[in-house]
Design a binder for this molecule. Structure first.
Ligand code: PLP
Length: 346
C-alpha cells in the first residue's frame, strides 16, 4: 500500500498558515506576561490554557504507552471527529464511508461539512460486510469510520477485516474506541506505528466517568496529528478540563474499579432481562450498555418514560427494529428498570 498523507489533506489545509497564539510565539517560562491581553488580577483562571495541553498529554502518553506527538485532545471526541472532516474532506467533492447502525455523529458532521456519506450496512449480526465495503471505496473516499465496540450494537468489529481495510485503503481509517475500556479486546493504539493511515478515538466520557468535562482523545501518526493541530481552535481544551483530567488520570485504580462494577452489573442485568418473556434477544455487548430486542419496544419505551426511566429507543433504526439500548446503571437504577419492565409487561 502506498499511503500518501500529502495526497489526502485538503489543498487549502496543506497551505494553511495557522493562527499563532501568544502562547505559540513565546514558549517557556517568564515572570511577567503582557502578551495575551489577559486580565492581570489573578483568580486562578485569568490566563489562557496551554494550547497543546502538555502536562495532560504527558500523563496520557504514559498510561497509553504512546508518544505525546501522537496525541490530539479535543472538546469531546465530537470535536476531533469534526476536525477530521475539515482536514481531509473537500465539501461537495470528497466522500466518507460509515457502517450503520452506528454512532450518529459521523453522519451529522459529514452533513454539516457538506461531505457525502456512503453507507455500507453492517450484516444482520452486526459484522462488517468486507466485500461490499471494499467495493464502495472510490477515488474520492477519504475516511472510513469504524466504531468498535460499536454504538448502539455493543459488539467489537473483526480485527482481521479492519486490518485488511487498513492495508488496502489509501485514506484515513478511524476506529472509534469510546467503549474500549469495557472490552477485553486490544486497543488499536498499539498499531499506530504499523499503519500510517490509522486514527483512533477515545474519550473520558464513558469509562472515566467524566462526560461533563468534555475531553476526547485522538491517536495517530505525528504527521496526521500535526495537521489537526494546525486547524484546531487554539485554546480548545479549557483549563478546568485540563486540571480535572490530569487529576483523574492519577486515579487509574478507581477507574478500573468502576469498570469492574459496571461489568458485574451488566452481567446481572442481562441475565434478569433474559428472564422476561417479552425479551426476544439480548445482543452480546463489549460496552457499558445492552441492546435488547423486545416485543413492542416503542410502547415499552413510552411506558418507561411514564415511570420516569429513560432508555434509548432504537426501534426505528434499520437492523435494530424493536430494540432498546439500555445503559448499565448502578444496582438501584437497574433494579428500578427491571421492576418497571416487569410491571409494564405483566
Ligand atoms: C459516547 C460516544 C463518544 C463520546 O463522545 P464525547 O464527545 O467524547 O463525549 C464517541 N463515540 C461514540 C461511538 C460514543 O458512543
Amino acid at each position: 500500500m502506498s499511503f500518501d498523507l500529502n495526497k489526502i489533506v485538503r489543498p487549502s489545509i496543506k497551505c494553511l498558515q495557522p493562527y499563532s497564539s501568544a502562547r505559540d510565539e513565546f514558549i517557556g517560562k517568564a515572570n511577567v506576561y503582557l502578551d495575551a491581553n489577559e486580565n492581570p488580577f489573578g483568580n486562578g483562571l485569568n490566563r489562557y490554557p496551554d494550547p497543546y495541553q502538555q502536562v495532560l498529554k504527558s500523563k496520557i502518553s504514559k498510561i497509553k504507552n504512546i508518544k505525546k506527538e501522537s496525541i490530539i485532545l479535543g472538546n469531546g471526541s465530537d470535536e476531533v471527529i469534526d476536525l477530521l472532516f475539515r482536514a481531509f474532506c473537500e465539501p461537495n467533492k470528497d466522500e466518507v464511508i460509515i457502517l450503520p447502525p452506528t454512532y450518529g455523529m459521523y453522519q451529522v458532521c459529514a452533513d454539516i461539512n457538506n461531505v457525502k456519506t456512503k453507507k455500507v450496512s453492517l450484516t444482520p449480526d452486526f459484522e462488517i460486510d468486507e466485500t461490499s465495503l471494499l467495493e464502495t471505496i472510490n477515488k474520492n473516499t477519504k475516511i472510513i469510520w469504524f466504531c468498535s465496540p460499536n454504538n448502539p450494537t455493543g459488539n467489537t468489529m473483526d480485527p482481521v477485516v479492519i486490518k485488511n481495510v487498513l492495508n488496502s485503503f489509501k485514506g484515513i481509517v478511524v476506529i472509534d474506541e469510546a467503549y474500549i475500556d469495557f472490552s477485553d479486546s486490544q486497543s488499536w493504539i498499539d498499531f499506530i506505528e504499523l499503519h500510517p493511515n490509522l486514527f483512533i478515538l477515545q474519550t473520558l466520557s464513558k469509562a472515566w466517568g467524566l462526560a461533563g468535562i468534555r475531553l476526547g482523545m485522538g491517536f495517530a501518526s505525528k504527521e496526521i496529528i500535526s495537521i489537526l493541530n494546525k486547524i484546531k481552535p487554539p485554546y480548545n481544551v479549557n483549563s478546568l478540563t485540563q486540571e480535572k483530567a490530569i487529576e483523574a488520570i492519577g486515579y487509574l485504580d478507581e477507574k478500573n474499579d468502576t469498570i469492574d462494577a459496571i461489568l458485574a452489573e451488566k452481567a446481572k442485568l442481562s441475565e434478569k432481562l433474559n428472564q422476561i418473556d417479552e425479551v426476544q434477544k439480548i445482543y452480546q455487548s463489549d460496552a457499558n450498555f445492552i441492546l435488547v430486542k423486545i416485543n413492542k419496544a416503542k410502547d415499552i419505551y413510552n411506558k418507561l418514560v411514564e415511570h420516569s426511566i429513560i432508555v434509548r429507543n432504537r426501534s426505528s433504526v434499520t437492523l435494530c427494529e424493536d430494540c432498546l439500548r439500555i445503559t448499565v446503571g448502578n444496582t438501584a437504577e437497574n433494579e428500578k428498570l427491571l421492576n418497571a419492565i416487569k410491571k409494564i409487561t405483566a
